[in-house]
Design a protein. Structure first.
Length: 976
């Protein structure tokens, strides 16, 4: 079958036409018919893509389709449409053919590689053909010039196909193996961009982006721009193209010169370090000698025979020939995406000056003329679900790239106001949570979701950068806007703890290290902004979620007992049953109708509902209605074998007993109460719902140190330590962000034991032995490593189990006990609680005393003095009463006893004209008296009765217990 298809394809391709000696394409009379046959074969292609591979092998795009479009499609719209459809189909990305997943089987991988090679050949053919892009530009311009009354649906489809063809050509990745030039040479992507600029395609793309009537192509425009800037850096484009002469001669900017000089200096430093290492080693004349290593036994219990000349005796090991442990595929680290990688902040490909100049002009024009309008339209379409899957990626990329370009080029902030708002932060927050949920749920197909999450994080990162740059703006409007956004951003707990949650849930299997780098840097920027916000504002009020308290449901007791109700209504029910009282009919009262024919409930559920209604009527003492509903229900279900309302022809006594059982049934009582509650809840208005929401949240004052304590968990430190393993390839900002977080935990919060971990010590060992240690970020890491090692060695002197603790990750409690002693965590908790109770009693007692003495007059003070003199001999009895009062924790009695026994009143009566200094001395004496009582009760009487020693002791207890309370908050946050 495949051979037959190949034969028919060859016949169709041969009948398209040919190139003559003058490079003029001679079209065959059956050209249009053969093009349609090729389209028909492509639509019916098999799973092995036989037709697509055969057309790629014959190179129909280069030999036939491109010449036909350049020479015969300038004025022929019908032929142009057919050739355009065929080109769009042939240039579709290979991933679309494999359901957007790289194949796993060897056979499918071979097909995928073959198709990618054909696509690269198509891109090479398009990259240098200016006339081909001119034909596309001519047809696009003709369609754009048509008014809305003349434009048909065919014109819109043709314009969309032209944009898709440009997208397909730019989407083909550059094959690095085939690019044999230097870094600054023009590759295929650069040639395509230059050709598009010369043909006028770039101007048409900007025209479509700025036109209000072409908003339906906004996603196509963003996708084309993202592919054009795929290998570029916004910062490098903004700063490298500054100075250029009028003649177009390349004049290197100061930024480019500075960056090249820094790279050159770094290479020179590495070269010098390598030379030092080579010169430091002694020359050995016996390179192929054999040695016997003493005190190192082999398998035969003899000295090891070593056949190489070791540079260091400690490097001799038996692990060289061992087979390394292979990780399973489901635990392998995520492969890096070079396109969105931020390693060392270096562009993947540095284009030529001409191409960078073209790209900078495109970016400047797009930011100043199109950005705000097109971003509003795109976001509106995304929120209203009027887009395709993965279209939000282009919005995220555009917001990150063009905001960074605007910030680095120091253009006006008015150009990017469409994406600087609280709504933008909320939208990004929603997308990040949505992508994170999919990454955690998907077990195999998580790669596209992790990539989208990375784009969302980079957009969030640039939002923070731009928001921080608003503070330096000379205009007060932007400074006020930044202050407003920060206040709302720090007020909400969801916004405040977004990055903390992302770090805690990082998974190296599903997320790349480049994502972790951007996450760590973003968190560093956020904490710096929050710290600065606390410095400017003395008091920061934030929203906090309250815990839901599980209240036990109390059984509702009716206001009147069932027995009392039955005693009141028995006579009336007997009269209704005997016929003395008339019973209401269904026409007179609808309450006595038992069955609802329109109800969707089952017969058993309707019976239960009727029983509940009878119970409610009896409770409300509506006797005639209850009896009528009871008898009507018996008649309605008279055919049932087990009728709950009694059999036909039962006596009056049996009816009376049945009604009594219905009234006394507890289940029916609970059912009636629940139905009434549901009815009341359904009538709750919107104001009550808003009040309920307010009860779930509360406001409190936030302290920056308390917020940082939430990062003191192993789940936060593990990603940081994982990223620190690549310290030699990390950028300066990445290493600085890691060490700054370590400094906040170890130095500011005094949690050095959190870093006593064996894997981290191995990294410290590599850092201290790193030959290129002159870099600033490496010096910071080495300084921190030295500090942690000193702390660890100091702890090992008093804690011999510290070496065992190196194997395990530690939380706040274990880290505290590792330094202060095992079991000290609970002891400090009890000590602090007792100390706080005593301080609270003293404080309240002194406040009451001061109020009493300030309001009392001279007569009252003399009376109190007389009472004190009379009771001078019974001082011990009063102290005994004070002890009993403290045990009962009765503050009012404590204050009363202190008033009666305070010597302060005696001093006031002795000398009424005493100055303020003597009053303060008397107050101190009174305080000493209070403290003596507390000391005697607790059995902790100090050798000295001075207040200074007592205060020092209390302060020491408070300082030791502060860390414990902090860790309680941290552990409580972890449980939440």
């Amino acid at each position: 079958m495949e051979k037959q298809i190949e034969t028919e394809l060859l016949v169709a391709c041969n009948n398209l036409g040919y190139l003559n000696e003058n490079h003029v394409y001679v079209k065959d009379p059956d050209c249009i018919h053969c093009l349609k046959e090729c389209l028909r074969f492509l639509r019916r292609d098999n799973k092995r893509f036989t037709v697509r591979r055969e057309l790629g092998f014959t190179n129909i795009v280069t030999t036939d389709l491109i010449p036909i479009m350049k020479q015969h499609c300038i004025d022929d719209e019908f032929l142009f449409d057919i050739v355009l459809r065929l080109l769009v189909n042939l240039t579709n990305p290979a991933l679309l053919l494999f359901r957007e997943q790289v194949p796993d089987t060897p056979e499918e991988q071979q097909l995928y590689t073959e198709l990618c090679s054909y696509l690269y050949n198509y891109k090479v053919a398009f990259s240098t053909d200016v006339k081909l892009f001119s034909v596309l530009a001519k047809h696009s311009g003709r369609i754009l010039q048509l008014g809305w009354e003349k434009r048909q649906e065919e014109h819109r489809i043709m314009l969309e196909r032209i944009l898709i063809l440009i997208r397909n050509i730019l989407h083909v990745p550059v094959d690095i193996a085939l690019e044999k030039g230097t870094d600054e040479d023009a590759n295929v992507q650069d040639l395509c961009i230059e050709t598009m600029q010369l043909s006028g395609i770039n101007d048409l793309i900007l025209l479509i982006a700025s036109s209000e009537s072409e908003r339906e192509f906004s996603f196509h425009v963003l996708e084309i721009l993202s592919l054009m800037m795929r290998e570029q850096s916004a910062e490098f484009l903004a700063k490298s193209i500054v100075n250029s002469s009028a003649d177009g001669i390349h004049m290197r900017s100061f930024f480019e010169k500075q960056k090249d000089s820094e790279n050159l200096k770094e290479l020179l430093k590495k070269d010098r370090c390598v030379m030092k290492l080579k010169n430091a080693t002694n020359f050995n004349r016996f390179k192929e000698a054999t040695y016997v290593v003493k005190n190192l036994k082999s398998l035969s219990d003899k000295d090891v025979v070593y056949h190489k000349t070791p540079s260091d005796i400690n490097t001799i090991t038996f692990d060289n020939r061992k087979r390394k442990l292979r990780k399973p595929k489901n635990r392998a680290l995520f492969k890096e995406d070079k396109v969105i990688s931020s390693n060392k902040e270096i562009t993947i490909h540095q284009s030529t000056f001409k191409v960078r100049k073209y790209l900078r002009e495109i970016c400047s024009a797009f930011v100043t003329e199109c950005y705000n309008d097109i971003m509003k339209v795109v976001r509106d379409n995304l929120e209203r679900k009027r887009s395709q899957e993965n279209d939000e990626t282009y919005y995220l990329w555009a917001s990150q790239f063009f905001m960074e370009f605007n910030r680095c080029s120091k253009m006006s902030f008015d150009n990017i106001l469409a994406t600087i708002s609280v709504e933008s932060f909320h939208y990004l927050h929603t997308l990040i949570e949505y992508f994170q949920d999919h990454v955690e749920q998907e077990k195999k197909k998580f790669h596209p979701w992790s990539k989208r999450m990375h784009y969302a994080l980079k957009a969030y990162r640039e939002l923070l950068f731009t928001l921080a740059s608003f503070d330096c703006s000379p205009k007060s409007y932007f400074r006020d806007l930044a202050r407003t956004i920060k206040s709302k951003l720090f007020y909400e707990i969801d916004y405040r703890e977004l990055l903390l949650g992302l770090i805690s849930h990082f998974n190296a299997v599903k997320m790349p290290l480049s994502y972790l780098k951007d996450l760590v840097e973003t968190n560093h920027i956020f904490l710096k902004m929050l710290e600065q916000y606390f410095r400017v504002n003395e008091k920061v009020i934030v929203k906090q979620k309250q815990r839901k308290q599980n209240h036990t449901k109390k059984k509702t007791v009716p206001t009147e007992a069932s027995e009392l109700v039955w005693a009141e209504i028995t006579t009336k029910i007997s009269e209704a049953l005997s016929g003395a009282l008339p019973l209401p009919t269904a026409e007179e009262n609808p309450l006595v109708i038992p069955i609802d024919n329109l109800s969707e409930l089952s017969p058993d559920e309707q019976k239960l509902k009727v029983m509940t209604r009878i119970h409610t009527l009896l409770k409300n003492k509506q006797c005639t209605e209850a009896v009528a509903l009871y008898r009507n229900s018996r008649e309605a279900w008279i055919d049932d074998m087990d009728n709950a309302f009694g059999a036909a022809g039962i006596s009056l006594e049996e009816e009376l007993m049945n009604l009594q059982e219905i009234l006394f049934d507890n289940f029916l009582a609970e059912k009636a109460i629940s139905s009434q509650k549901e009815k009341n809840d359904s009538e709750m208005d919107k104001e009550d719902e808003m009040l309920q929401e307010r009860k779930e949240t509360s406001e409190r004052e936030l302290i920056f140190s308390d917020f940082v304590k939430k990062y003191i968990t192993p789940r936060v430190l593990m990603p940081y330590i994982l990223l620190l393993q690549s310290f030699d390839t990390n950028s300066y900002l990445t290493n600085h962000s890691i060490i700054k977080m370590f400094h906040r935990i170890a130095i500011d919060n005094k949690m050095h034991a959190m870093f006593f971990q064996l894997s981290l010590f191995r990294i410290f060992q590599k850092v201290l032995n790193f030959p290129f240690h002159e870099a600033d970020d490496i010096k910071e890491i080495a300084r921190f490593a030295t500090h942690i090692l000193h702390k660890f060695l100091a702890i090992t002197k008093r804690n011999k189990l510290a070496f065992v603790e190196l194997i395990f990750w530690k939380n706040g409690k274990i880290a505290y006990e590792m330094e202060e002693g095992y079991g000290s965590f609970e002891t400090i908790k009890k000590t602090k609680n007792e100390d706080e109770d005593e301080n609270l009693k003293l404080l309240k007692a002194k406040m009451v005393l001061n109020e009493n003495y300030s309001d009392s007059d001279e007569n009252e003070s003399e009376n109190e003095n007389a009472e004190l003199k009379d009771d001078e001999n019974d001082n011990d009895k009063c102290e005994t009463k004070l002890y009993e009062t403290i045990e009962k924790d009765d503050e009012s009695e404590l204050c009363k006893e202190l008033e009666q026994n305070d010597p302060k009143s005696e001093l006031i009566n002795k000398d009424k004209s005493e100055n303020q200094s003597n009053d303060e001395k008397d107050e101190d004496n009174g305080d000493d008296f209070i403290m003596q009582i507390i000391r005697r009760k607790k059995g902790k009487m100090l050798a000295s009765d001075s207040e200074e020693e007592m205060n020092d002791f209390s302060i020491g207890l408070e300082n030791k217990s502060d860390l414990k309370s902090d860790f309680d908050d941290v552990n409580e946050t972890g449980r939440q």
